[in-house]
Design a protein around this ligand. Structure first.
Ligand code: SF4
Length: 483
């Protein structure tokens, strides 16, 4: 018969020994198993004070008791069982630790991330794994801490294409927006890493536990509490985040890895649960990072999450990203409007862009000081938004009456930059950066047309028309030569 079950430290163990109601018989079978494998017995917990006087380690009767599924006192207090353990220890020796029988599966660059996992480390690692999953979910979904803590087993649903491939993951929980303390049912569209973190949490909790962030069974407070669904509060999660950073940096130092978490002003960063949602909104709005891969990653993240906008509206995360985008635009326009050395905008709406920037500067510069305070800038934007929208090929000087990007039924309060018609719209203005982007585009059209013989006639005709219109546009809106 197989012995299988959850240990108090949350680890699942299976032993191929014959289970009998007699603890001595079970212990005998277990020790024979150790003998067959020639494996030393697991060591009792390290106790530095004792070790000074008794440097030799003793076997862990508590771990052996858990493996055979009997309370420790049944083995530790019985003379016969103590004798059996002592005999096996003399024969096999005692390990320097108490390694789990679990074979390490996780790999870092092809090698196991640890050689073995100590029974005495398992509870700490379990807690670190739980907060690692929290981090993945928080940073890649934009959920609030309270929304994450309400996640329950089975909260991920998937949609598949006709070939069975998953193309969308949805996460269900309660959204806590404003003053509503009870929350409202809501769904978030998430990416595969979030779904994976949920799957890990589902395995981490025993089957009877529905809440994914309930204290794990190895936690001392779990055993003391009556309320099995108790989840850690934000302060506890903040402490766990600090413990995770310390663990990562200790691990990196011990394994000579360069990817530790950098210190801030000589200290490890102080992360709180509230920062993750805002940071994700900030990155989606700005997509910085200097690498195309980074920018694309956040664009992908933004598209995935807002594809399911109807379902995510309860959480208000889209509003948060849009507010961040408005702030990013405001900061960019402040920079433009106060830069006396920049070249003037050109294009059909170039002159109007300059007028709006001058007017905006009247509200953002006081006594020669430029407004940098975010809250103040948000207030100024709310009242004096110049409605200039920077884009790659043009800067939109938005005027709804002239906009060519709107459908009759679409919203008209902002431009639809994805449907912009830059060569034809009278709202278009050009910064020097826009101009060089259009010039690059013209060069790419020339390259494509140089191989025109290989193009289908229709495609060639379209490219030629586009090239002609682009060249005319650039010539018509060339910057004035300096006098
Ligand atoms: S077509 Fe382009 S320039 Fe015109 S309003 Fe729309 S986004 Fe702005």
């Amino acid at each position: 018969m197989m012995l299988s079950g959850w240990l108090d430290n949350g680890q699942h163990q299976t032993l191929s020994i014959t289970a009998r109601p007699d603890p001595l018989a079970a212990l005998h079978a277990l020790l024979d198993d150790y003998r067959r494998r020639g494996q030393p017995l697991p060591a009792a917990p390290p106790n530095l004070a004792l070790a000074r006087h008794h440097p030799e380690t003793s076997p862990s009767s508590s771990y052996l008791a858990r493996l055979v599924g009997f309370p420790e006192r049944r083995l530790a207090k019985g003379a016969a069982s103590r004798r059996m353990i002592a005999e096996a220890a003399r024969e096999l020796g005692v390990d320097t630790d108490c390694p789990l029988t679990h074979v390490v599966q996780g790999r870092l660059e092809g090698s196991p991330w640890l050689q073995r996992i100590s029974y005495y480390e398992a509870a700490r690692l379990e807690r670190l794994l739980q907060v690692s999953c929290w981090t993945v979910i928080a940073y890649l979904s934009g959920m609030r801490d309270s929304e994450i803590k309400h996640l329950q087993r089975g909260c991920v649903s998937v949609q598949r294409d006709p070939d069975g491939q998953i193309y969308r993951y949805r996460l269900s929980s309660l959204a806590f927006k404003g003053e509503d303390a009870h929350g409202a049912k809501a769904t978030w569209v998430v990416t595969a890493p979030v779904a994976r973190a949920v799957a890990v949490l589902e395995r981490l909790q025993p089957q009877g536990q529905s809440y994914l962030f309930a204290k794990p069974p190895s936690s001392p407070s779990h055993r003391q509490r009556q309320d099995a669904h108790h989840v850690p509060n934000s302060n506890t999660t903040n402490r766990d985040l600090a413990a995770l950073i310390t663990w990562i940096n200790t691990y990196c130092a011990a394994h000579h890895r360069p990817d530790s978490i950098p210190q801030v002003k000589g200290q490890i960063p102080h992360l709180t649960t509230r920062q993750f949602r805002r940071t994700l909104a900030w990155f989606i709005a700005r997509r910085p990072g200097g690498t195309i891969a980074g920018a694309l990653q956040y664009r992908h993240q933004g598209i995935q999450m807002f594809e399911g906008y109807a379902g995510t509206s309860d959480s208000g995360f889209r509003d948060e990203v849009e507010a961040e985008q408005a702030l990013a635009r405001g900061q960019y326009l402040v920079g433009m409007s106060t830069d006396n050395d920049r070249l003037a905008l050109t294009g059909p709406a170039g002159a109007e862009a300059e007028e709006r920037l001058a007017e905006f500067a009247r509200h953002t510069v006081f006594d020669g000081q430029v407004v940098t305070d975010e809250a103040r800038l948000r207030r100024i934007l709310a009242r004096h938004d110049p409605h200039l929208y920077p884009g790659t090929f043009i800067t939109c000087v938005y005027n709804p009456d002239r906009a060519l990007c709107h459908t009759p039924t679409g919203p008209t309060d902002t431009p639809a930059l994805a449907d912009c018609q830059p060569l034809a719209c009278r709202n278009a203005a050009l910064t020097p950066t826009n101009r060089s982007a259009v010039t690059d585009h013209l060069a790419s059209l020339d390259t494509a047309l140089a191989e025109g013989d290989r193009l289908a006639p229709y495609v060639r005709h379209r490219l030629e028309a586009q090239r002609r219109d682009t060249a005319v546009f650039l010539a018509r809106h060339a910057p004035e030569s300096p006098p």
